[in-house]
Design a protein around this ligand. Structure first.
Ligand SMILES: [Cu+2]
Length: 161
C-alpha cells in the first residue's frame, strides 16, 4: 500500500515594508530655517497695511476670501486671519513650488503643526495674524496645506509689484 505524504509548503514573506518614510527622510524635508520664499517676517512695531482674510467652507469648496491680494515691493502687510469654517485651516505664505513641496510632506504627517512666521493654523472661529514684508517682486501664494484643502480651493495669490 502506497502512502501519500502531504507536503506543506510554508510561504514566508521576507518582505519587510518600512512605512516610516517620514522618519527616514530626515528633518531637512520640512525645514523651518530662516529663509522664506515670499519675503521676510515683518516687524510688528512698524506700520503695516491690514488685509483681512477669512477661511471657510461652502458648497463643497474651501476658500480664502479674498483670494487675491496686490502689494507693492517692500510693503509690510498685516494679515488679519479668521477661520469662519467648521474645520481647522491654515494660512501658509510661500511660493507655489514651496507650498507644493510642503503639501507633500503634510500628506505623510497630516498632524504637523505650524507656528512659523510665514504661516499659522487656526481652529474654527479662531483668529490670527501674520505680519509680513514682501521684499521680492513676483507672484506668491497663501495656501492651506491640510491634505485635501488646497485641492478643494484653498489657494490665494499675492502679486508683488
Ligand atoms: Cu484648510
Amino acid at each position: 500500500m502506497k502512502k501519500w505524504r502531504e507536503v506543506g509548503i510554508a510561504v514566508i514573506s521576507a518582505t519587510a515594508i518600512c512605512t516610516s518614510a517620514w522618519a527616514g527622510a530626515g528633518p531637512t524635508e520640512h525645514s523651518h530655517d530662516e529663509s522664506f520664499s515670499a519675503g521676510e517676517p515683518g516687524d510688528a512695531k512698524k506700520p503695516a497695511r491690514i488685509v483681512q482674510v477669512t477661511m471657510g467652507e461652502s458648497d463643497g469648496k474651501m476658500t480664502f476670501t479674498p483670494d487675491k491680494v496686490e502689494v507693492r515691493k517692500d510693503e509690510q502687510i498685516k494679515f488679519v486671519l479668521r477661520n469662519n469654517g467648521e474645520l481647522d485651516h491654515e494660512f501658509i505664505l510661500a511660493t507655489t513650488a514651496d507650498n507644493l513641496k510642503h503639501a507633500e510632506a503634510m500628506k505623510k504627517n497630516p498632524d504637523m503643526e505650524h507656528d512659523d512666521p510665514n504661516g499659522t493654523r487656526l481652529a474654527p472661529k479662531k483668529t490670527g495674524e501674520i505680519v509680513w514684508k514682501f521684499t521680492k517682486r513676483g507672484t506668491f501664494e497663501y495656501s492651506c496645506l491640510i491634505p485635501g484643502h488646497r485641492e478643494a480651493g484653498m489657494i490665494g495669490t499675492v502679486v508683488v509689484k
